[in-house]
Design a protein around this ligand. Structure first.
Ligand SMILES: Cc1ncc(COP(=O)(O)O)c(C=O)c1O
Length: 479
């Protein structure tokens, strides 16, 4: 029998693998700085260089590598770059990349305990390590999802199950359910309402206070009004580290209201949850020990390559009630005696995500993680101090962690003209290729954000960002 097209053997894997590992090592060691953080391509540029049909015959991996360098890489926005300060700065760290590589090599599907005992047991173990690191209660049962969006979706589905055990059989019926979150909550909460059939009307945006935290007085009033109107308040989503400003909702007060009103409390700590591994920042999750569910994203600020969202609940039984559905072909002799992670959510297939987390937690340790967070926070504090001292700029929100919201303040500009100036400044800074910032809208208008979270970021990167802002300001205001 002749060999199929596309020769591949261990020798070739070794050769190409070494080449790739060398490249990754260089990339993580500063090679990333040679690229523009924000891809400098126009829509369609990448696609235009790619064939419209897949190859009929296997190609030489060297040719694939060359196309990666020549076609794909120029169209990459480099999230793993020291100058990446947009959205939330993140890091696919060396240990995380190694864990990811092993996970791909093993290619296990951890849907059942039996289909990879290590995948289930390592996942439960590292989630429990982090639970302890966060000081959350022992009864919190944790597992991994891909993203915070899915974690929140599952939480709200479980809240629905807890409130109406008939829903699983019958589907939605009766008074419309309502979910409460601050108007600063991530759009994934409203999306979960769309997905779960609460509808966008089912999402109630609670106003924020002067520091962009949920106004809990308003929450209590809205719950009371909805009840009086015959609606069914179901759950409150508190955010620890909102997407725009990283503000922290008053979780103790929210927990009080949830207890009093019989509502499910879910906490979305996607970004800031990692900071609570450090006792200095533990304040941000006070009250979360009373939550029904809680999630944070190791792929945001725990140096784990995307994707990994850690999810905890004190009601694993409710999740099983909501989601477990076991056809004959998925039963095993140990069904019911072991944790089968397929029972706790929508997905069946499950990557071995815990491996990369395990590598990072072991190679950095709690202390190393805390130190890295503190460095990021110190750089953000220095940047905020610089903004406060600069007459041409102003800060638009408090800086609890490593994100600073600010804007340029040219004399004589206000309203839309001021927003336009700031958007132009943003584009000018981003065009440099040295740093990439993003923006948001706050009460006062458009705010620019500097979000520090990459392990390669050092003070000179922040200084470069300041220089670009000052130069851009001077250029746009014709100074
Ligand atoms: C507070 C918060 N929740 C949820 C998300 C969505 O995260 P993911 O992409 O993991 O779904 C984000 C993203 O920035 C976020 O800031």
């Amino acid at each position: 029998m002749s060999e199929p097209s596309g020769h591949w053997d261990a020798e070739l894997f070794r050769r190409e693998g070494h080449r790739m590992v060398e490249w990754i090592a260089e990339y993580l060691d500063g090679g990333n700085r040679e690229h523009s953080v924000l891809a400098k391509v126009q829509p369609g540029d990448v696609a235009a260089q790619l064939p419209n049909e897949m190859p009929t015959f296997g190609e030489d991996p060297e040719a694939v590598w060359k196309d990666f360098l020549d076609i794909i890489l120029p169209g990459v926005t480099h999230w793993n770059h020291p100058g990446f300060m947009a959205y939330f700065g993140i890091t696919g760290s060396g240990p995380g990349v190694l864990g990811e590589m092993l996970s791909a090599a093993l290619d296990v599907n951890g849907m059942l305990w039996r289909t990879c005992p290590s995948a289930t047991e390592l996942e439960l173990k590292v989630l429990d390590w982090m639970r302890q690191g966060l000081g959350l209660p022992e009864e919190f049962f944790g597992f991994l999802n891909d993203t915070a969006s899915i974690s929140s979706l599952l939480a709200l589905a479980a809240a629905r199950e807890a409130a109406d055990p008939e829903i699983r059989r019958r589907g939605m019926a009766g008074p419309a359910m309502r979910i409460y979150a601050s108007d600063q909550a991530h759009s994934s909460i409203a999306k979960a309402c769309l997905t779960l059939g609460f509808g966008l009307d089912g999402f109630r945006a609670v106003p924020h206070d002067a520091q962009y935290r949920m106004d809990t007085q308003a929450l209590a009033t809205m719950v009371a009004e909805d009840r009086a109107a015959g609606l069914r308040p179901l759950a409150v989503v508190a955010t620890v580290g909102t997407t725009s400003t990283t503000s922290v909702d008053p979780c103790v007060e929210i927990a009080e209201i949830c207890t009093r009103e019989g509502l499910w409390m879910h906490v979305d700590a996607a970004y800031a949850g990692s900071a609570a591994l450090n006792e200095d920042h533990r304040w941000c999750i006070h009250g979360c020990e009373r939550a029904d569910s809680f999630n944070f994203n190791p792929h945001k600020w725990l140096f784990v390559p995307i994707d990994a969202s850690a999810f905890y609940t004190r009601h694993p039984d409710v999740f099983k009630r909501a989601f477990s559905l076991v056809p004959e072909y998925l039963t095993t002799p140990l069904s019911g005696q072991v944790v089968d992670l397929m029972d706790y959510g929508v997905q069946l297939g499950r990557r071995f995500r815990a491996l990369k987390l395990w590598w990072v937690l072991r190679c950095f340790g709690l202390d190393g993680i805390r130190e890295r967070h503190n460095r990021h926070i110190a750089m953000a504090r220095d940047f905020a101090d610089w903004i406060d001292a600069e007459p041409d700029f102003e800060r638009l929100a408090p800086r609890p962690f490593s994100v600073v919201c600010f804007r340029a303040r040219p004399r004589g500009l206000a309203g839309e003209a001021l927003d336009e100036f700031n958007m132009k400044l943003l584009e000018q800074v981003n065009a440099s290729g040295d740093v990439f910032l993003s923006h948001t809208k706050l009460d006062d208008g458009i705010a620019l954000r500097v979000a520090i979270g990459n392990l390669g970021t050092v003070e000179t990167d922040v200084a470069r960002c300041q220089e670009l802002l000052s130069e851009g300001f001077a250029c746009l205001s014709n100074r």
